[in-house]
Ligand binder design. Structure first.
Ligand code: UDP
Ligand code: MG
Length: 317
């Protein structure tokens, strides 16, 4: 039987929030008569989160879980949830009760009725530290929007809904969860919407993300943009660049050589540019070969996510 909604909750050390979150989600689903499953992905918690998940699953077969062998990051957790999700609509939500399950019905409706492929939450009013969180977030959002052409106010909001085939097309690792809408757009899902959502203050525990993750995030964005453009054809990038370098070097070196041979014009050892030209030719052929190797690698590329799953809880199966 197909389910209306799969909720994916990536979590690390959130034992206090989980019972409340599960009860709240269940209440909203019942009130709206949705059939659902919740995938709680335990991303290497060191507290008793997994025991709590097992307990919740025993009480409600709709609560399912995956436990990672260690901490692999939020992207890996989401990725695992995306693979497991069976619902027509997939909703991602943080575990710390900062995202309100009350938003679920509207996020669902915007997919099935308004026809969006992806709806991203927008935390217009935030309860985070202005300098370590809000300001860098704004900066990031501005840059990402400009670079990717995906116009969202709050790209990295943990609360989002997707048409199932969108999540099945997405593979994230590292810090890529910050740019899921960009990846969706690259994959051809253009109908990306936005909904203002409530941002609640963190009730238990502390934030796991600081400034340093933004740096990694930037590198991941570069990777995404690069893969989006050249991922399947590295030769189109490296090959073109390499050819350019090579030709530049070849023309300069060729000109100098001919001038020397026919007119004895330049003494090569006095012309550093001649060596630069040779260097350009060497760099060019190296780049070309890099593209070639990239081409071979992408043709044989397998799973990028090699994280280990320690345990699985799925009472509904
Ligand atoms: N999280 C995770 N793996 C990590 C870090 C965080 O699954 O390595 C989860 C965390 O438990 C929470 C969500 O990702 O459910 C968002 O994290 P957090 O609330 O710490 O981030 P913030 O809201 O401060 O951006
Ligand atoms: Mg949070």
């Amino acid at each position: 039987m197909s389910l209306n909604i799969s909720v994916i909750v990536p979590l690390k050390n959130e034992e206090e929030s989980l019972p409340e979150l599960a009860a709240w989600i269940d209440r909203v689903m019942r009130e709206n008569k949705f059939t659902y499953e919740v995938w709680m992905i335990d991303d290497g918690s060191t507290d008793s989160s997994w025991q709590v998940i097992q307990q919740l699953g025993a009480e409600n077969p709709g609560i399912k879980g995956i436990k990672f062998q260690r901490n692999y990051g939020k992207s890996a957790a989401l990725n695992e949830g995306f693979a497991a999700a069976k619902g027509d609509v997939v909703i991602t939500m943080d575990a710390d009760l900062q995202d309100s399950p009350d938003e679920i019905p509207e996020l669902y409706r915007m997919i099935v009725e308004d026809g969006y492929d992806l709806v991203s939450g927008w935390k217009k009013k935030r309860y985070d530290n202005a300098f370590t969180k809000n300001l860098p977030s704004k900066l990031y959002n501005y840059t990402t929007t400009r670079m990717s052409g995906v116009k969202l106010h709050d790209m990295n909001c943990g609360l989002k809904s997707y048409r199932r085939k969108v999540v099945k097309s997405i593979e994230v690792y590292g810090e890529m969860h910050r740019y899921i809408p960009v990846i969706a757009k690259w994959n051809g899902f253009r109908n990306i919407g936005e909904k203002v959502v409530e941002h609640r203050a963190r009730k238990y525990g502390t934030s796991k993300f600081g400034l340093e993750r933004f740096i990694n995030g930037f590198l991941d964005l570069a990777t995404i943009m690069f893969i989006g453009k050249f991922g399947k054809r590295p030769m189109h990038f490296f090959g073109a660049l390499g050819t350019l370098f090579f030709l530049l070097g070849f023309i300069i070196a060729g000109y100098l050589s001919l001038a020397k041979i026919f007119y004895d014009k330049y003494n090569m050892t006095d012309r550093p540019i001649f060596f630069l030209a040779l260097l350009a030719m060497i760099i060019g052929s190296q780049l070309f070969l890099t593209g070639f190797i990239g081409e071979l690698v992408t043709r044989n590329a397998s799973e990028r996510n090699t994280y280990l799953v320690e345990a699985r809880l799925d009472n509904a199966q």
